[in-house]
Each structure stands twice: as structure tokens, then as C-alpha cells.
Design a protein around this ligand. Sequence first.
Ligand SMILES: [Zn+2]
Length: 341
Amino acid sequence: MPEEVASGIFRIEVPLPQNPLKMLNAYLVRGERRHLLVDTGFNRQECREALFGALGALGVRPGEIDLFITHMHADHCGLAADLAAIPGTVVYAGKDDGESINRLSDGAAFRRFLLHDMARHGCDAELLRELETSHPGVRYGPSGKIAFTAVDEGDTLVYGESRLHVLFVPGHSPGHMVLFDAQRRILFAGDLVLGDITPNISRRREMPDALGAYLDSLDKVEKLDAALTLTGHRSLVRDTAKRIGELRAHHARRLAEVRGILEGRTATAAEVAPEMTWSIRGTAWTDFPAPQKWFAINEALAHLDHLAVLGIVAREETGDLTRFRLSGKAAATGAAHARSS
Ligand SMILES: [Zn+2]
């Protein structure tokens, strides 16, 4: 039976088989005639059974549910087309991520996006070929296009005792949206704030400084002073300010690590990623599954991009590759560090 995490709000644990995230938290907000489901799990049978089984256990019929998608990733929106097919269902999402979900539901578009954007960051042809079949977005995205109802910052959705304010928090994805119940100070955080793992930050064409956008979104959400943060994966967060502080510190360490890796050399994002610290314990880089390599290289790139915005790293575009090196400013600030310590 799904756990009631606040009055009228239930957490539904949806398993994500063979995925390091392990499970997704979907939430059902009970209303009077219609209820709101937040996120869905992958488009695969194990997720479908867990989600619809839990809704049945709550006594909620599929025809009474509207859906809110926090962001475009397949573990959050995979079953959106199943629900959208039920007459009367409203499927809310941010405009950008809703459009991305529909655009990338076409496998050819996904492959074009993968190849075009990442080949120049050093992703080799073999990795890109493996991703064509193994990337979760390709395998487990929604089964068809969805007529989304676009929501934007400032909109409010009312279900039962919850008045849910929509906030735009780009970073983990370009159009990530969260919901905030201001009266009860409950945040439906999607993958903006997670309890036991740090959200992946990936460069996207629409978001040239993804990490900068993410850090700004953390600042914005910190001001809400949430008493309970309903995360997209694993455990819930009660002390949101503390967790946001830890997430900021994590990325500060990461930025320092990436800067250290570039000491005395010029490298692509794909060359930087294997030297960073990853939490897949005891696994050598060469044994990382293709999607994990992909997320790691994208995360390296998001940190390199942010260092470039700070002026610490410079880009070198040579032929088909983008390489990064420390800038003159990095050498100057490095020397200042050495002097002051
Ligand atoms: Zn996500």
C-alpha cells in the first residue's frame, strides 16, 4: 500500500529494473473528483504494473487522474502516453520539456541529437552506437506523442487540500518544473533535490551552462523553506536547506576536481570523465554500461562549461573536436591561492 507522506499525498514506489537509480517516486495527490499523479516511471511492464497496481490499491480509477510531468527523462514520463490515452486526462508539463518528450519519442531524432551533440566532445562511434539501443530515453520513453497542457511559473493547480504552485527550475533538464504547496511547505522536487544521490547535470543544446542554471535553481528553491521535500528517487528530504548545502558543496568539489584534471593538459569531456570520481563503486571506467558513460561525460561537460563561464577554462575548437584547457585566469587565481595559503 502506498505510504501517505502528508495528508492526502501518497508516495508510489515504482521499480526501475537494471537501473542504478533503483526506483522512482511517483506521488498521488488526492482531490475531490479528480486526482493528480506526479511522474510515472519507465515505459516498461514492471513500472506499469507497480504504478497502476498502487493506484488501484488507493481506490483511484484511471479515468479520474490528471498527470504532472516534472521533466523530460524517461523514468519520469515513460507512461505518460498510457495515461494520456484515457479520455479526459490532462497531462501537464513545462513547455520545453513537453516539446522535447514529443520530439525525442521519434528514435531517429534521438539518434541525431546524440550523435550531433556528443561526437565533438569525444564520444567515440562505438559508444554512440551502443547508446542507440541502450539509452533509457530510447528504450523506455513514452510510446506515442502526447497533447501536453503547458504549465509555467506562476500557474497554480488545485487538487483537494493542495494548492500547488508551479516553479521553473532548469538545470537537471532544460524545462524542469516543480510544484510547491506553500501552505504546507511541501515541495514536489522531481530530480532537483534528491536525498541520497546527487542529480545528474548534463549539458543540453538549449542549456549551454547547465550547472549554472542548476545552482541558480537551488538558490531559488532554498528560499521556499520547504518543510518536506518529495524527491523523484529514493528517500524523502526533511532538512531541505542542509541537503541543498550538500549539493552545492558536491559541485564545488567537482569543479575543483575537473580543474585539477586539466592541470597541464588539453582534453575533451570524454577524456576528463574517466578521471573523475564516480559512485559506481568497484567498477572500472571500461566496465561502465554505455548509459552511465554517457551521463558521466555529460556531467563532465556541464562542469567544464561552467568553468568556461567563470573564465577558468578555455575552449579549443579543433577540427571535429572541442577540447578544454585552463585559461590564463586559472593560472592567475591558482597563483593567488598558493600565495594566500
Ligand atoms: Zn531526471
